[in-house]
Write a protein that binds this ligand. Structure first.
Ligand SMILES: Nc1nc2c([nH]c(=O)n2[C@@H]2O[C@H](COP(=O)(O)OP(=O)(O)OP(=O)(O)O)[C@@H](O)[C@H]2O)c(=O)[nH]1
Length: 131
């Protein structure tokens, strides 16, 4: 499974994370917004679609910058690759359309939140970037 996610970074260098809703496998945990890439879809286009669906913002594919990736397995044992992009430019105000809560968090405080397991190493790498 290919999953794309974004570290939206605001003008204070705070990064957006969202809390997964009760009906999802990662319920209660925090993650970078994003989701699965559909068959035949480009990764950047998929991420722009997910950001529109989950946060109600418009992002241009060219505003996404590849940052890092992790590999792992889903709860039901499927191999998973999670690609994280950074994004500093978007249109609209973020709103929690598919999450229980949103938080803007300084990079060095991301791991204070109970993150989804594969988001943890990505958050640690972001903290190094802003050190
Ligand atoms: N970000 C993240 N996703 C993970 C981890 N582990 C894991 O199995 N996943 C899975 O990766 C997928 C991410 O997709 P999603 O649920 O955020 O997005 P989506 O909108 O495409 O899903 P949906 O269409 O099923 O609602 C989910 O199936 C989620 O359970 C993890 O540690 N971090």
């Amino acid at each position: 499974m290919l999953v794309v996610a974004a570290a939206l970074i605001d003008t204070n260098n705070a990064i957006l994370i969202q809390q997964c809703p009760k009906h999802k496998p990662l319920a209660g945990l925090w993650e970078f917004p994003g989701g699965k890439v559909e068959a035949g879809e480009c990764c950047r286009v998929a991420l722009c679609r997910e950001l529109a669906e989950e946060l109600g913002i418009r992002v241009e594919p060219g505003s996404l910058e590849e940052f890092s990736f992790v590999t792992g397995v889903t709860n039901d044992g499927k191999p998973l690759v999670l690609l994280l992009y950074c994004c500093r430019v978007w249109r609209g105000e973020v709103s929690a359309m598919d999450a229980d809560a949103l938080a803007w968090v300084p990079a060095d405080q991301l791991t204070n939140y109970p993150l989804a397991p594969l988001d943890v190493p990505l958050a640690e790498r972001l903290a190094l970037l802003f050190r």
